[in-house]
Every structure is written in structure tokens, then in C-alpha cells.
Ligand binder design. Sequence first.
Ligand code: F6P
Length: 363
Amino acid sequence: GKGIAVFTSGGDSQGMNAAVRAVVRMGIYLGCKVYFIREGYQGMVDGGEYIIEANWSSVSSIIHKGGTIIGSARCKDFREREGRKKAAYNLVERGITNLVVIGGDGSLTGADLFKQEWADLLDELLKDGKITPEQRKKYNHLFIAGLVGSIDNDFCGTDMTIGTDSALHRIIEATDAIVSTAYSHQRTFIMEVMGRHCGYLALVAALTSEADYVFIPEDPAAIDWPDKLCKKLMQERNVGQRLNIIIVAEGAIDRNGHPIMAEDIKKVVVDNLHQDTRITVLGHVQRGGNPSAFDRVLGSRMGAEAVMALMEADENTEPCVISLDGNQAVRLPLMECVKQTKAVAQAMADKEWEKAVQLRGKS
Ligand code: F6P
């Protein structure tokens, strides 16, 4: 059978374990040898005990666990060609020419580069006498399927990334809890949520928790946001509301592109309205805890589809990313999705926010 390796890379997210489990079981079911690569690309570079064969029971009782049981890392060595050469050797030695990479856009870009260099890396390994001519010939092609694991929902091409739904559950549980104490004390709370340069978590959290105000990167606040904010908060208090909730994405900015921090908002509220105001930074709580049913299903479907894609690939098949499109698992060209995701980041950096939102599409 074919050799498949699965690894998780970059920031963890809930549902990654469901994906790992599906890859292992679908792979074994189809007669493949399936390997874990522990600690992301670092494990691929280091080899040895970091690349181990998985069996049916090595993925038992993990679907409900948050994080990733095989570890994840942001790896410097793999960014160097020398690191990628070591990684190629470690894979060839074990007969692995199929990779399922679970991570964000950085991790998926790395995989694509690896694919492009693969034949050259093998030529060098042959020249160095590290691999045999038979190995060189047999393992000529590297096949890659990517799955997007991230709480941020910031990847183009997929409706939802693995982990976003669970992170939202975490956020709204926390917001609901804050609302009750805010009510008792007639307080205003500013909740900072994650998402890097993407406002998806903040926006959906605001909608689903009846927040009074939200700051997101894609719709930068007008320069007179303090006036607008105060007016809105007062309006709510004047009709009898005992509390206010403001959600701020960690990447929130104003029209000049300057960050808007929770502390800035607090100062505005306290100085102008003299409201008893507190800040809650949810932080990594959002990324932890058990995955929701949605993320377990999403990870499972995406993992199984990734193995199917690898099984059907031939030497002309480009790396793909498994995406959710209208509740269907689809295969999209990995590089196009990465390119589009980078174009969004560029548009944001150029302060072309409408363009960024359009480019991002459905996600
Ligand atoms: O990409 C996921 C994410 O949690 C972002 O929302 C956040 O900005 C970042 O990772 C935090 O990174 P780290 O876990 O390295 O502090």
C-alpha cells in the first residue's frame, strides 16, 4: 500500500484530532501505511521517533479532545532548503510520498514549496549517496492534500476552517457569563477576541450575543468612532439597558489603519460616560477545550476526503486543499487558495478593505 503521513502545523485548533483520526482510519481501510509526524514540520526534519506508524487504535478516544495529540509547531528549519532536504530523506526512507497537512496558510504554502522542490531534493540525495537509484525512481512524485485548521476562518476557498465553530462556542459561553455579572453591576464590558487580521469571530460573536458594538479589521472604525460609540451606548442605557457589551477583534483598526485596543475603548467610555467598565481578554481559552459537533464532523469529512484525493492522484495532480463549499467537501487547487488568501492580506495592508472582503469571498 501507499505511504501516507499526517501532521498538524501552526496554531492548533479544535477538530484537528478528528481530522487526524479520519486520515489514519481511512488510510488503513484503503490498505495504506499511515504515519504520524509529530510536532509538525520539525518532526519531518528531525525524523527518527518523530515519524511513527499509526494503527487503528492509536486514534481511539481522540475525537472529543481539543488541540492536536500529535503536537504542532511553527518550524524555522523547514524554511531552509537544508531542512527540507532532511525532511525529504526522512520521508523517502519510510516510503512516504503522500502528505496530509493540517494547518493554516503558512503551513500549506510550505507544503506547496516542498512539492515543487521534491524532484531536485531527491536528485541531490541521490548524488550524496543517501538514497538509491531505485528509491529515486520509485518516489519521484510527492502528493499533497491540505486541510485548513484554524480558529480564525481566514482562509479563502472554504466556508469554514476546522476550529472556528468551537472557538465561537467558547466565545459566546464566555460572553453569556459576562452578561450576567455585567447586569448585576450595571457595567460595560469590552471583550477582546482572537482572529488575527480577520474579524469573523468578533462579528459572529457580536451578532449572537446581542453586543452593542463591534470593532473588526475589515470595516475599520471611522475616526470619530468615540462619539459614535458613546452615542450608541447611551441610547441603550436610556431605554433601560443595565449593561453594555463591546466586542473588539484583536486586529481591529481605524480608518487610518491604527490599531484599536480594548484599553483605548475603555478610556473613551470611562472619560466620557463614567461607566464602570472592565476588559476581558479571552485569549487562548478560545482555542482550547472540546471541539463542537460541527468541528468533529468537519474534521472527519475533510480527513477522509483528503485520503480519497491522494488515492486518486496521478503524476499530473497538483496539491489540493479540501474545502467546505455549501456543505460539500470539495478539492481546490492549494496554490490558488493560498494566493487568494495572500491577496486579501495585501488588500488589507493597502487599506483597500472592500476589496479584501470581496476577495475573501464566502469565508
Ligand atoms: O491563528 C490562530 C491564533 O489563535 C490567532 O487568532 C492569534 O492571533 C494567534 O493564533 C496567536 O498565536 P500564538 O498561539 O502563537 O500566541
